[in-house]
Write a protein that binds this ligand. Structure first.
Ligand SMILES: Cc1cc2nc3c(=O)[nH]c(=O)nc-3n(C[C@H](O)[C@H](O)[C@H](O)COP(=O)(O)O)c2cc1C
Length: 151
C-alpha cells in the first residue's frame, strides 16, 4: 500500500529547533475506522501546525505508533492531550529524548497505514511491543522517514 502523507510545513529555523525533543509512544485504538482515523489526523495536523510539532503516525486496527517532535514544552503538552483522548487506550511512552534535528520536519503529521515490516497483529498480541527496545522503535521511524523522502 502506498504511503499517504501530507507535506504542509517545514521547520528549519534555528530558533525553533533549539530545544527539540522526540517522543515515540504506542497505544491501542478504541473504535478504529476510517472516519475516526481521519478525525484524529485532522486534529493532529491542525494542532501541530499551530504548535510547531511534527511527526508521523503509523496506524492499524490493533496499534498506533506515533512519533512527535518539536520544542519540549509543545511536545509534552501535545502528549498530555493525546493521553486524555478516548479514541485510544494503553498509551505507553517508548522513547523520550532530546534530538539535534527533526525526522519529519516537512509534515504536521505524516500518516502511514501500518506496513508489512512492522510487527504482525499476532506479534503485538504476544507482547512484541513490550519486548522491543527504544532503538528498535526509532529504527521503525527512521525507515519510514527514508521512505517518506523518496515518496
Ligand atoms: C492516536 C492519536 C494521535 C493524535 N495525535 C495528535 C497530534 O499529533 N497532535 C495533537 O495536537 N493532537 C493529536 N491527537 C488529538 C488529541 O488527542 C486532541 O484531540 C487534540 O490535540 C485537540 O485537543 P483539545 O480538544 O484539548 O484542544 C491525537 C489523538 C489520537 C487518538
Amino acid at each position: 500500500m502506498p504511503i499517504v502523507g501530507v507535506a504542509c510545513m517545514a521547520f528549519t529555523g534555528a530558533a525553533i529547533i533549539s530545544d527539540l525533543i522526540q517522543i515515540i509512544y504506542s497505544s491501542r485504538p478504541f473504535g478504529y475506522d476510517d472516519a475516526m482515523l481521519n478525525g484524529v489526523l485532522m486534529d493532529a495536523r491542525r494542532c501541530n501546525m499551530r504548535d510547531g510539532v511534527s511527526g508521523a503516525l503509523i496506524c492499524r486496527q490493533d496499534v498506533y505508533l506515533q512519533l512527535l517532535e518539536g520544542p519540549a514544552q509543545a511536545v509534552e503538552a501535545t502528549c498530555d492531550r493525546i493521553r486524555r483522548d478516548d479514541r485510544h487506550l494503553e498509551m505507553a511512552i517508548r522513547v523520550n529524548q532530546q534530538v539535534a534535528a527533526r525526522m519529519f520536519g516537512d509534515w504536521a503529521m505524516f500518516h502511514d497505514p501500518a506496513k508489512s515490516w512492522l510487527w504482525s497483529a499476532q506479534d503485538i498480541s504476544d507482547g512484541a511491543l513490550e519486548r522491543a527496545s527504544g532503538a528498535h522503535f526509532k529504527q521503525v521511524f527512521e525507515r519510514l522517514a527514508a521512505d517518506a523522502k523518496t515518496g
